[in-house]
Write a protein that binds this ligand. Structure first.
Ligand code: ADP
Ligand code: MG
Length: 405
């Protein structure tokens, strides 16, 4: 399956490579693309010597993300993920390469976070999704029943046979906290195979950057204010060949029974997080950044910092609202990052917004005219209601509209 995908990408990018070889000395132009996948707007910004090469590379990258969405979504009954969940309680299931890689990474973070990050959280996600919609807390008996079907000890991965076993009937995998980061990594890899190395991929708040734009140190990423991505950013970081992810509830919460509840759940208590906390993670890969951001959200500042400090290449910036005011935490790597960034963080942060991908559409602007929404955003957001990842529909719409041209 993976081999077929590789050769497909190779065919798709044939023209791009030829073009690049002959156009090595031509100036690079910036191109921007957007499509909706996994319930969120995915933006690709890349530099290429030729329009045709840029188009082909972006199409191949989006095709890869679409394939991952097909396989990993818990909103599609036909996804491989759902098939595995349906077979819970009935022995090992052989899984494809992509699902296997994600589950293996998820297991590692689950173990290292002591179960704060746990992709078996599905039954609780379903319950809390309903609660958020209804504005009422889940029934205690339903919560207890869901909790009995959640736990990293109930997910067994056989590395040699490449099989996955969900030990308990009614289990449900949920990759909402890790799949977008993985998809951004894979999109970046496809662009690389197409000869495009200067690129940014943003799947909602999960951002992967490769080599810097021409003449620059890196990609400038806005760290949004805690009040939301439509407010002026709190600061900026400049990154290359790295990933940054944010988990926060500034745009993703519901007030249930007078308590603000996040879309992130503590799998160990079964409760959706309450209180305000925002976590921004920098890591070598999108998958690690995405999963760590969710894990640290559950763990909180002190414990979360310990996890980040022991993860190679990872840095974190955490803001928590407590009874006694706002507390912030910065890991060593995050502080080191300050040495080569232009950031001036004066405010708590809530989410990262790729500044470099939010140019306004202006027909007189050659850069902006390269922006081609291949999927009409409005209709795509409607699609999210039923088929995207989780409840991001409403929330991401907010995020998207703040930055959509
Ligand atoms: P976002 O989806 O806004 O980028 P996250 O990456 O933090 O935010 O992912 C949150 C999603 O992850 C939830 O919508 C749910 O699907 C899933 N999830 C919730 N709690 C957990 C958890 N403790 N461990 C793993 N996944 C979780
Ligand atoms: Mg995450």
């Amino acid at each position: 399956m993976d081999g077929r995908r590789l050769s497909l990408a190779a065919i798709v990018c044939l023209f791009a490579e030829i073009t690049l070889r002959t156009a090595a000395i031509e100036p690079l132009t910036r191109y921007e693309f957007a499509q909706v996948h996994m319930g969120t707007q995915v933006r690709i910004v890349l530099y290429s010597a030729a329009r045709a090469a840029a188009d082909e590379a972006a199409s191949a990258a989006f095709a890869r993300i679409a394939a991952l969405d097909q396989a990993l979504s818990d909103y599609r009954e036909s996804s491989e993920l759902m098939e595995v969940s349906r077979r819970a309680g009935s022995g090992p299931v052989a899984v494809g390469d992509d699902l296997f890689r994600v589950l293996r990474a998820a297991r590692e973070i689950a173990d290292r976070s002591d179960g704060a990050f746990d992709v078996t959280v599905g039954p609780l996600s379903v319950l809390w999704r309903h609660a958020r919609r209804e504005g009422a807390l889940p029934d205690a008996a339903d919560l207890a029943a869901a909790r009995a079907r959640v736990g990293r000890d109930k997910l067994a991965i056989d590395d040699r046979r490449r099989t996955v076993t969900l030990t308990t009937k009614g289990m449900q995998l949920d990759l909402g906290g890790i799949a977008k980061g993985f998809a951004a990594d894979e999109a970046a890899a496809v662009l690389g195979r197409c000869g495009i190395d200067r690129a940014l991929i943003a799947a909602g708040g999960d951002i992967v950057v490769r080599d810097a734009p021409p003449g620059r140190d890196g990609w400038r990423i806005a760290v949004a204010a805690i009040e939301g991505a439509d407010r002026p950013p709190a600061g900026f970081i400049t990154l290359r060949n790295a990933a940054v992810s944010t988990s926060g509830d500034s745009e993703q919460f519901a007030v249930i029974g007078g308590v603000r509840r996040s879309h992130i759940i503590d799998p160990r208590t079964g409760l959706a997080l309450s209180g305000r906390r925002s976590v921004t993670i920098v890591a070598p890969t999108g998958m690690t950044a995405d999963a760590l951001a969710t894990a640290v959200s559950v763990m909180g500042g002190p414990d979360g910092m310990r996890l980040v400090e022991t993860t190679g290449g990872a840095g974190a910036f955490v803001v928590e609202e407590t009874d006694r005011g706002v507390r912030t935490f910065e890991s060593r790597r995050w502080r080191a990052l300050g040495a080569f960034t232009t950031r001036t963080i004066s405010d708590p942060v809530a989410s990262s917004v790729p500044v470099d991908s939010s140019v306004a559409v202006d027909s007189s602007n050659p850069v902006a005219s390269a922006f081609r929404p291949l999927v009409p955003v409005a209709s795509a957001f409607r699609r999210k209601e039923t088929r995207g990842f989780r409840l991001q529909a409403e929330e991401e719409k907010k995020k998207g509209s703040a930055h959509a041209p």
